[in-house]
Write a protein that binds this ligand. Sequence first.
Ligand code: FES
Length: 189
Amino acid sequence: MSASDTTAPEQVDEDRRDFIHIATIAATVGGAGLVAYPFIDQMNAAGDTKAASSLEVDISKIPMGGEIRVLIGGKPFFLRHRTPEEVAAAVNTDVAKLPDPESDEDRLVQLPDGTRNAAILITSGACTHLGCVPVGPAQGSVGDYGGWYCPCHGSHYDTSGRIRKGPAPSNLPVPDYEWVSPTLVKISL
Ligand code: FES
């Protein structure tokens, strides 16, 4: 077991707490195998000193149309379970007209068998303007393009996490992640 696989709940400040869902995260800890942890644990004093560099998340827990938000090493990430309509909107976009042209397919990491799970989109949760955490479906605001909305200065992201309107200069980055199994992804910093 490497240190990078050790995962601990991390602290979040009060301002960001509203944006964070209580989520059950499958984390590999010591020899105990998969252990379910609540995401927020304000009382975990060791959180600061045990900042994780990777996290495994069970995507089967994400309701369709919803998302899980996680912190890794203090950085926010979104895991969204897109509806077929949201996937279609992401795919049927004229990439050439985007401020930061990127196809939806290029924003999805392949599974080991070479396929892609288009329903699951994983992105950074930090607005590319000045780093606020955009709101999404759970906060009742997905912006003008159905993805996320950053209320700090009004950036709108689509259902692929691509910037469509506002001051943000680029898409929500796709983090380094891999499929451990068809229902488990490992996100690394
Ligand atoms: S930080 Fe998101 S729009 Fe400025």
